[in-house]
Design a protein around this ligand. Structure first.
Ligand SMILES: Nc1ncnc2c1ncn2[C@@H]1O[C@H](COP(=O)(O)OP(=O)(O)O)[C@@H](O)[C@H]1O
Ligand SMILES: [Mg+2]
Length: 180
């Protein structure tokens, strides 16, 4: 995939399928240590040890509709290509945590891409889910929480086109501000 945000979208889809109520997406850029870290944590169904041990294999899927599952294996490959690391922690009934690291300036490290679009797309797909998005660049951080937005919106659904557009722009503006 050309952008890391598309991997995040794909993994969030796994969290939705695992019936997660909260997905925490954290992107940490530490230029002093030449490090980019993506963390996706959910409180969904989790995996048992047997599934966990093969989860990042391209032929592992628990879907009934096909027999390859590329989401985790593609992100792992992207991290390893950029001299990074990949790790999954999961517990049945508790949730799952995926951690991918990259050498920030590696020539094969894909750009982060459009996180505003990714988060908007997750919310269009499943408005009931809550997302906590934390993006750090050299210690400065931007936090976006759907729980807070939903409180402000009151009766208005987070899924209305105006709100979705606002969320997308709000996130992208704040992330680009972090990089100034
Ligand atoms: N967040 C998650 N919570 C629970 N199970 C997961 C999660 N992510 C992945 N899995 C399990 O790992 C399998 C492989 O995931 P993935 O590589 O994304 O392929 P796919 O989604 O196409 O099955 C999934 O089918 C699912 O059983
Ligand atoms: Mg998947």
């Amino acid at each position: 995939m050309k952008e890391l945000s598309l991997h995040v979208l794909d993994l969030a889809e796994n969290s939705i399928r695992a019936k997660a109520k909260l997905v925490t997406i954290s992107i940490t850029e530490d230029l002093n240590h030449n490090l980019l870290k993506i963390l996706i944590e959910d409180n969904g169904n989790g995996m048992d040890e047997e599934l966990l041990s093969v989860a990042d294999d391209p032929f592992t899927t628990t879907r009934k509709t096909r027999n390859v599952g590329l989401g985790l294996s593609l992100l792992k490959a992207a991290a390893l290509r950029a001299e990074g690391d990949f790790h999954i922690t999961s517990e049945k009934g508790t949730g799952t945590k995926i951690e991918a690291t990259f050498k920030h300036n590696h020539i094969d490290r894909a750009p982060i891409g459009n996180m505003g679009s990714t988060i908007a797309t997750i919310l269009i797909r499943k408005e009931k889910i809550d997302i906590l998005y934390i993006h750090q660049v050299n210690g400065r951080q931007f936090i976006f929480s759907t729980k807070e937005i939903k409180k402000l919106l009151g009766e208005v659904s987070i899924n209305t086109p105006e709100v979705i557009l606002w969320i997308k722009d709000y996130i992208n503006e704040n992330v680009s501000e972090l990089n100034k």
